[in-house]
Write a protein that binds this ligand. Sequence first.
Ligand SMILES: [Zn+2]
Length: 483
Amino acid sequence: MPKTPPTLSLFNTLTRQVEPVRPVTEGRISLYTCGPTVYNYAHIGNLRTFLFQDLLKRTFRAAGYQVQHCMNITDVEDKIIRDSQGALAADASNEERHAAMKTLTDRFTTIFLEDLDTLGILPADHMPRATDYIPQMIRLIQDLEAKGLAYVREGSVYYRIAGLPQYGCLAHLDREGMQSGASVDADEYERDSVTDFVLWKAAKPGEPWWASPWGPGRPGWHIECSAMGMDLLGDRVDLHSGGVDLIFPHHENEIAQSEGCLGHRWVNHWVHGEFLMVEGQKMAKSLGNFFTLRDLTAKGVDATALRYAIQSNHYRKVLNFSFEGLRGAENALKRIRAFRARMEGEGSAGGGPWKEALDSTARLAQARESFWATMADDLNTPEALAELFTLISDLNAQDDHVALIREERDAVLAFLDETDAIFAAWPHQAHGLDAEVEALIEARRAAKAAKNWAEADRVREQLRTMGIVLEDRKDGSTGWRKA
Ligand SMILES: [Zn+2]
């Protein structure tokens, strides 16, 4: 890998253009991704976003960057309070209310982390919980107040959007239509009601609260990410990502809070992943097409095939999830893995139809270059994978005709490792297997030498049940591959 990693380009929602990512510090990328609100199971639409961000992070890493990734856990928010307080008595103490909230969020944080693990998503370097950052949020709101960008109304604090000239820059809002002075208390609202938004919410009866300069209350959702992101990744962040549904109001409001406080650009590149549809329809519980990861694995869906099915589509295109698509993903993976097993084996000489000999080294170098060129162009995974499949078919044909030598096979395997570092779906699985297989092949050779045909057949059968196919060569040696 070269010392200075290659420049990768990504679509920037801020400018609506594919632009090169030029990190604040050479060779390093700071990445903030909005994490889950932990009150329920993540559905596959949410998981698509997390899989896209894993691809984004792994691509920068595989290209040679050091990535600092922060993903928050939202553990205080409107829906969490709604779902955690119902069983409590009206006169429950604040401690009891906090405990009930924590029971719910701890449970779904664990489930969320298990889902990431099942999908092969790398954990973030920082996974802050919002409730651990209340003092930072309060300081940030005080700072905005001091700068004239926030005002208090009945114990709640609101952001004055008229005070920030760039408000609306991310969602490309029309400033004419903004209703400054009107305010919204909800964490989520539509773009046709652009108003001052809440930073700190005065406690209502039946809600957990924290003490603050404005009286008892709790943070709004948007301030959480600004406070955690600035605390952990600093004042200048390279990449910030979420699903397209977060562009407005969440990310617009994060920009308002952080840039209002800092007085300069906070995030250089905003990267958003598209929605997911199921069998051509919007996912909805009422349509019976609403799936969590556990719904799918219970149906026998392989998590790695799901990962591949999602990542093999471009992240900026609406993805139509279907069970047929999953079968296609399974077949694609079978093909890559069979090729890998073939390259791990020794290969047998010739026998395939005549084909003009290929310079496998040059062919591999060209495929690697094309792969990286397409990935560097806004993570074009469909084309990058097409490149990989063309290479596989060329090298399979070559290997049928004149077996690749060990050195060539190892170079191909190194490329498969490099691509697997991004897609995490065709790992080297022969740890301990090679030695075991070689020992059995040796036992079979010894049995044959001793004319113990029954034993030789027994060993061959044992290998077959392990998924190993033997290839006896004319020179008396035996190669093997995975079936
Ligand atoms: Zn966020």
